[in-house]
Design a protein around this ligand. Structure first.
Ligand code: ME8
Length: 476
């Protein structure tokens, strides 16, 4: 069995400071990475920043800075955030690094040599905010402004010489690939969206720009820079030292186990990326999971809308583990979820403080008072007690299966239900009245805390004691 697991977040645009949406993708990816580690997998976890293209060039110009200095400054805030979030990432890639440029140009040369790329002229709509080309039927006019229907971003008319990738050749091969790899795109509803988009017909894709210069040069024609998405997607292999196919990282970890992304960038990952790779005879990743959006009210939280919650402020106020728990539990994974400080507080109160925290506190202080914190022997159990204790063991394969299919909601529900039933057990047994065998009750309760810690809290966070401490602080 292959015990390597390669997981990635999107590489974020350093056009403005990171917000809760970025923190969300990174925290959930980290949760899966940690879970696989607990299972004994050799995990490689990548995140980073996507630094080329017109969007970054314009953002830098607005600040009166050269693009690289601008990226240096903002990319650092993303890197700092990865530390503040306690991500277990192995690498942080920046697309302005030389190692990445070499990789992208190599991939370009392969595609050009294989005649998958040709020179022509692009005329059509372009959204700088999405860094995406749109066809006529994908745009609409609102208040005299042309916008992309799916994102609401402004589009502008572009006419310029451009290289094209023969995406139209890949329509049938992609459909075949999706049907042979049933769980390549998750969740299922998103897979259907992608399939109907591809069935609707694929046009050749413009993969270079000539009217600005902030990007990686087309090796054979330095008047053109490579389209930022072809550049950005390649980060997933450049970080593994592609094109050095003998490299250990590349050998061990490609194809990736999971690209975790937001649903806004599904088309790039589930259509363009496998087409580029198949055209270059490189295996596509095993899975793309497109999660939903974090909403503020009923709108997407985004830099351009200015409705963002700053993860650093929230962490300063409530602690990292509370935020990680809240995002994993309260945002139904795969769907959009609206978050707020009020909901975060009530989640901390009900689940962490009243439920798990209260439980740990009662059990531990009870055990301190009566047993000097020593754990009694296991031979005092009835069958019912052992069944209760085995709850995790019995469900372990189901839990692993949930996590392997990114069914985070079922996993979280199991944990939360277990917390409730453990609390109920302690109450029903009322060991403080000495009506039941208090040693037995205590053993069960401590086991529960321990297995919960191992199976869940380590996955949510590195340091369970920080959680218990922060829960205690919350009470006090
Ligand atoms: O798209 N809710 O970068 P980006 C949930 N550079 N997730 C959100 C979110 C929200 N409100 N807002 C952002 C790019 N995200 C490209 C990616 S990858 C090769 C290149 C998360 O800075 C989500 O994962 O716009 C989304 O897909 C990503 O940030 C977009 O980040």
């Amino acid at each position: 069995m292959n015990k390597n697991f390669y997981i990635t977040t999107p590489i974020y645009y350093p056009s403005a400071k990171p917000h809760m949406g970025h923190a969300y993708s990174s925290i959930i990816a980290d949760l899966f990475a940690r879970f696989k580690k607990i299972q004994g997998f050799n995990v490689y976890f990548l995140t980073g920043t996507d630094e080329h293209g017109q969007k970054i060039q314009r953002s830098a110009e607005k600040k009166g800075m050269d693009p690289l200095s601008f990226c240096d400054e903002i990319s650092k805030t993303f890197k700092d955030l990865s530390k503040i979030l306690n991500l277990s990432n192995n690498d942080f890639i920046r697309t302005t690094e030389k190692r990445h440029e070499k990789s992208v140009q190599h991939l370009w040369n392969i595609l050009e040599n294989k005649k998958e790329i040709y020179l022509s002229k692009y005329s059509g709509w372009y959204s700088v905010s999405d860094e995406a080309f749109y066809s006529d039927d994908e745009i609409e006019e609102i208040d005299n402004k042309k916008i992309a229907k799916n994102s609401g971003s402004a589009v502008e008319w572009v006419e310029e010489e451009s290289y094209f990738f023969k995406l139209s050749n890949w329509q049938d091969k992609l459909l075949k690939f999706y049907s042979e790899n049933e769980s390549f795109i998750l969740p299922a509803a998103r897979k259907n969206e992608v399939i109907s988009f591809v069935k609707g017909g694929l046009k050749d894709l413009s993969v270079s720009r000539k009217s600005f210069s902030w990007g990686i040069k087309v090796p054979s024609n330095n008047e053109h820079v490579i389209y930022v998405w072809l550049d950005a997607l390649t980060n997933y292999i450049s970080a593994l030292n592609y094109p050095n196919e003998k490299d250990k990282l590349y050998n061990d970890f490609w194809p990736a186990s999971l690209h975790l992304i937001g649903k806004d960038i599904l088309r790039f990952h589930a259509v363009y990326w496998p087409a580029f790779l198949l055209a270059a005879d490189i295996a596509p990743p095993k899975r793309i999971y497109g999660h939903g959006w974090i909403l503020a009210g009923d709108e997407k939280m985004s830099k351009s809308k200015g409705n963002i919650l700053d993860p650093i402020e929230i962490i300063d106020k409530y602690g990292l583990d509370s935020l990680r728990y809240y995002l994993a539990k309260e945002v139904s994974f795969g769907n959009d979820g609206s978050i707020s400080q009020e909901k975060l507080e009530s989640c901390i109160n009900s689940d962490l403080a009243n439920n798990y925290g209260n439980y740990c506190q009662r059990v531990i202080s009870f055990s301190e008072k009566n047993f000097n914190l020593l754990i009694p022997k296991k031979d005092i159990f009835s069958k019912e007690d052992l069944d209760l204790l085995d709850r995790f063991k019995i469900n372990f394969d189901i839990l692993i299966n949930n996590m392997d299919n990114q069914n985070l909601n079922s996993y979280m529900n199991f944990i939360v239900e277990s917390l409730f039933s453990a609390n109920k057990y302690f109450n029903d047994q009322a060991p403080w009245n000495k009506k039941s065998d208090i040693k037995k009750v205590k053993y069960y309760c401590l086991c529960f805390i321990r297995s919960n810690k191992k199976n869940f809290y380590y996955a949510v966070s590195d340091n369970t004691f920080v959680i218990i401490k922060s829960i205690k602080n919350f009470w006090d």
